[in-house]
Design a protein. Structure first.
Length: 242
């Protein structure tokens, strides 16, 4: 049955690993063939180099079958957008959670890249425990239920400081080109998912929906940025509903 099941490939966010998708995988069950790899610089791929967009897209290309659904959260969503444009004949649907096409303004993007370089140096100078605690305090992640925050922290400890620093330098928002001007090239269905508490990415999602000429984002009540962690069954329902 699994051999005939449609494939869904799930790309995690910065500081997460493929294991962060476990609650969504459990909710989807055996209806799908589910792939949740560790992206370069994270988890079991912490030492894999180079950590570049091109290399990660090659990994997706090699791992997935001829046709598949691609799901991405945050940094993984940004990578998923690039992958969909690079592999248009392979990806049949996109589901993007708390994701953006990047920073449109070149000066703002350059400033973000410089800031990310500083942060990468700070990551390298400390321990993974210290950075995991620091990242959990990021405003966009505020308000997570205690159990969700604890699980996310445990997942972050599967990483290394060197791996995360490499991921930030190679895959961060400042490193990747903006795709705002290319969204209209996507001919496949794109479903945008955001949490009701994630005001920043709700606005981004509404802007993306206009460029994609698609419906507005699916807003999950009570959830923040990491909707798949806070509401895995709702995310599974969105994936299955496609």
């Amino acid at each position: 049955m699994l051999a005939m099941a449609p494939t869904v490939l799930l790309l995690h966010g910065f500081t997460n690993t493929g294991a962060s998708w476990d609650p969504v995988v459990a909710a989807l069950g055996e209806r799908y063939r589910l792939l949740a790899p560790d992206i370069r610089g994270h988890g079991s791929a912490s030492e894999t180099r180079p950590v570049t967009l091109e290399a990660v897209i090659d990994d997706v290309d090699a791992l997935a079958p001829d046709r598949f659904t691609l799901v991405g959260y945050s940094q993984g969503g940004r990578i998923a957008l690039h992958a969909a444009l690079a592999l248009p004949e392979r990806i049949e649907r996109l589901v993007l959670i708390g994701a953006s096409p990047g920073i449109a303004d070149p000066a703002e993007r350059a400033a973000r890249r410089a800031a990310d370089e500083v942060l990468a140096g700070e990551i390298s100078d400390g321990s993974i425990e210290e950075f995991a605690t620091r990242w959990a305090a990021t405003p966009v992640l505020a308000g997570q239920p205690d159990a969700v925050a604890a699980a996310a922290h445990a997942d972050r400890l599967r990483n290394t400081t060197a791996g995360l620093a490499a991921a930030l330098r190679g895959l961060g928002t400042g490193a990747l080109p903006s795709l705002w001007g290319r969204l209209d090239e996507l001919e496949i269905p794109v479903t945008l998912v955001v949490g009701s508490r994630d005001e920043k990415f709700r606005a981004v999602g509404e802007g993306m929906a206009r460029e994609l000429r698609s419906a507005g984002p699916v807003v999950v009540a009570g959830a923040g940025h990491a909707v798949h962690l806070e509401a895995p069954e709702q995310v599974a329902a969105v994936i299955a509903g496609g």
